[in-house]
Design a protein around this ligand. Structure first.
Ligand code: NAI
Length: 406
């Protein structure tokens, strides 16, 4: 009899609850949960009921699964893991990779969902190029679900399951097709994992890095910077035509990077990198009421209904009001692990990105950071991003070659 696969989940939030239930329900897998977040592992373990976590989902495939171990100590839980999944905000990827590094075995299948931009650059930097070349590093372009914890450590809910999402895995010792079908089984029958060309295409496709900062920039462009809102404004349904046009222009610039790279390297396949318009149609399909343009798609997509801008409550003499939360992951993740990575690649490829720059410059002001100055990626905070420049790349050829894109 073959031993069960040991699947190590890193984190302890919404996604980890769903994954625990899904993977714990598989008879040939043992789930282990590793959280370094202070107190989280204890809280998770203590909350677990005898039967494990129950997760309801929109497909009607409800799951129940229990971890065999929950720990905050890497040395106790990491050795022997066959598959490692990071389902945490991308700013915590490096921290977790550093904790895992002494205990992971080469040949492991390790990756992130979602990856955001430059996950492979970070993995090469922390785990070492040789380790990465001997292992299967994977990334999902986004989380397979919109999901949330209902009761911590006990119940979770998948509100929406995506139809298909891009997936990438490096060539390692394991059979890629087998690794991919294992991952598909771990996340359930949907969304269907669609192989993307390579990590570069996934990094540039990173939808969150286009969506969240650009929609925020466009929404707040007319705000006076101080008057609080009576209600949290709608994020997607509050978008106007300008927002749709700006999203299209930022996405056009990403495709211009693709064109510039492919002119120099015609054999480099980036065909899984699409315009955000096509991504939207593919990801949400018939959930979209009006497919005329990006603006109409945003405001008629069932999956986006009711979602609001991230806000903080403030008490005023007129009662509770709301001000924008510019510390939210739409900024803290989607700029340094998102749009800045794309901007860094644009710079190596010699592609001007005036629309992307508008968005980054506005976001960096709200975040108190400095990445782009007069169109150049030279601000003092660029080393805290996952851009190629952070890892020492100053020319396109070395960047493509060292990361095995060519
Ligand atoms: P979450 O906010 O529920 O979980 C965050 C977890 O990450 C925490 O429980 C903790 O374990 C860890 N963490 C957070 N900050 C940390 C820090 N400073 N140091 C160490 N660990 C830290 O996140 P969720 O909802 O599980 O999402 C995971 C990822 O998926 C995020 O990147 C999120 O943006 C993305 N995502 C989530 C969706 C959802 O519906 N929940 C939908 C699409 C993407």
């Amino acid at each position: 009899m073959t031993a069960n696969k040991k699947v190590l989940l890193c984190g302890g939030g919404n996604a980890i609850h769903v994954l625990t239930a899904y993977i714990g329900s598989l008879p040939d897998c043992d789930v282990l949960v590793f959280s370094s977040f202070p107190g989280e592992a204890d809280r998770f373990r203590e909350a677990l009921p005898e039967e494990g976590i129950t997760c309801t989902n929109d497909l009607g495939d409800d799951m129940i699964g229990k971890p065999v171990k929950v720990s905050d100590k890497a040395e106790e839980i990491v050795p022997g893991a066959d598959v490692i999944i990071l389902a945490i905000p991308s700013f915590a990827h490096e921290l977790y990779l550093r904790l895992l590094a002494p205990y992971v075995k080469p040949g492991v299948v390790i990756g992130a969902m979602p990856a955001e931009g430059g996950f492979d650059l970070c993995a090469r930097h922390v785990l070492g190029a040789d380790f990465v070349d001997q292992s299967n590093i994977f990334a999902l372009e986004t989380l397979p679900w919109a999901c949330r914890i209902v009761e911590y450590g006990k119940t979770a809910e998948v509100l929406g399951t995506k139809v298909e999402i891009d997936f990438v895995m490096t060539e390692g010792p394991g059979n890629n097709a087998e690794c991919m079908s294992l991952l598909q089984r771990l996340i359930g029958r949907l969304p269907e994992l669609k192989p993307a060309c390579n990590f570069l295409a996934v990094t540039l496709m990173n939808i969150n890095s286009v969506w969240h900062p650009t929609i925020s920039y466009a929404f707040y462009r007319n705000w006076d910077g101080k008057t609080p809102f009576d209600e949290p404004p709608l994020f997607y349904y509050g978008a106007d035509e300008y927002t749709g046009e700006k999203l299209a222009k930022v996405s056009d610039e990403v495709l211009a990077i693709r064109t510039a790279i492919q002119e120099k390297y015609p054999d480099l396949d980036l065909s899984s990198l699409h315009h955000v318009r096509d991504w939207m149609l593919r990801s949400y399909g018939d959930d979209i009421g009006d497919k005329t343009n990006i603006h109409t798609m945003l405001i008629t997509n069932k999956g986006y209904r009711g979602l609001t801008h991230p806000m903080m409550k403030v008490e005023t003499p007129e009662g509770t009001k709301y001000t924008p939360n510019f510390g939210y992951r739409y900024f803290s993740e989607d700029i340094p692990m998102g749009l800045c990575v794309t901007k860094g690649i644009a710079e190596l490829a010699g592609v001007p990105t005036p629309n992307m720059d508008d968005v980054i410059v506005w976001c960096q002001e709200q975040m108190g950071k400095e990445y782009v100055i007069e169109g150049k990626f030279v601000g003092k905070d660029i080393t805290s991003t996952r851009s190629p420049q952070t890892y020492g790349f100053t020319d396109l050829h070395s960047f493509l070659e060292a990361n095995r894109y060519i």
